[in-house]
Design a binder for this molecule. Sequence first.
Ligand SMILES: Cc1cc2nc3c(=O)[nH]c(=O)nc-3n(C[C@H](O)[C@H](O)[C@H](O)COP(=O)(O)OP(=O)(O)OC[C@H]3O[C@@H](n4cnc5c(N)ncnc54)[C@H](O)[C@@H]3O)c2cc1C
Length: 362
Amino acid sequence: MKTDFLIIGAGFAGCTLAERIASQLDKKVLIVEKRDHIGGNAYDYYNDDGIMVQKYGPHIFHSNLKEVWDYLSRFTEWNGYVHRVLARVKGKEVYLPINLDTMERLYDRKFNPEELREYFERKRVRLDQIENSRDVVVSQVGEELYELFFRNYTKKQWGVYPEELDPEVTKRLPVRFDHDTRYFTDKYQGIPKHGFVKMFEKMLQHKNIPPVMLNTDYREIIDSVSFDKLIYTGPIDYYFDYIHGKLPYRSLDFKLETLEMDKYQNAGVVNFPNDYDYTRITEFKQLYLQKHPRTTICYEYPKAEGEPYYPIPKKEYQEIYQKYKREADRLKSVFFLGRLAQYRYLNMDQVVDGALNLFKSI
Ligand SMILES: Cc1cc2nc3c(=O)[nH]c(=O)nc-3n(C[C@H](O)[C@H](O)[C@H](O)COP(=O)(O)OP(=O)(O)OC[C@H]3O[C@@H](n4cnc5c(N)ncnc54)[C@H](O)[C@@H]3O)c2cc1C
């Protein structure tokens, strides 16, 4: 088999580069994907009940990058969904990130921006040095809000308390001094009107892109394909046979349930910082603005082993990644891109931006 470009992985990184190369360079692009579907972690589908769901947890597109938004908008319309997240604490439901509305609901009193600033000033813990994630939070909002929203949630999410995590994990704590209850304040946000997969299908609709080779680990075919350049969006440590050790990830279990009711909860996503083993519940119909007499919800249970989702934010693992990166930089016809190849938590827009930039340099 012969192709100009071989792309490993059919997520945002792989699909964006395939589309650009096929349409702008008029080169043949073969995509190999280990899973049985395209779309990477943004994969969505109609379940047996006819409700659109996402297999790998809630994905909401949001960005301030006009170039990325304009680019994706060639392949989809957007449904206009604005993401809001509620947290259930002390028997109440309050919006995240913390804003005036959150504080008013929590403490049954009015706050104006000045009063909230004074409140934090009184509550915040004065520290000489910020050494971990806990320090980041308590130095801004104090112990009480730290306990309510961060301590136990972090333990569930990462398996360790904030004291053991680098400050970068909560580097910038978004606290708002207004009544903006949106989760993302980005200029552009929403979900593709007909789902992420329909958008990806449109991106890959080109004479230079043959059907994606699904259910195939690239190693099964690499020796039988002749190609000029390789774009790799899988795990970087796997590419180099773990020569510098394995890069650890935090994983998740998703448990989906369809219920005989029109609406289950008061926001698309509800977080449970302190109760239960799951971190949050997503109600997909709210994200997709779908009308249906039933509803499907998804519980998220963090775990240590399994599909790689979140790179563990610790210095020692960054050092291992840097060793792999040095190996990667030496290869002239292989390009590494995306959340697994760069061992970084990247939002979808950042991945598309990275792909558009890499394309310009190829
Ligand atoms: C629970 C969760 C929620 C998220 N929510 C959001 C959100 O709301 N908004 C947002 O912007 N971002 C969100 N993200 C991040 C988003 O998932 C990523 O930005 C996006 O998936 C990155 O695309 P990618 O192409 O780099 O990686 P992926 O989507 O993972 O695609 C890589 C593909 O490569 C394939 N692959 C790997 N190894 C091989 C191999 N050996 N051979 C063949 N194929 C291989 C994989 O199967 C995969 O399909 C979320 C992530 C998670 C985990």
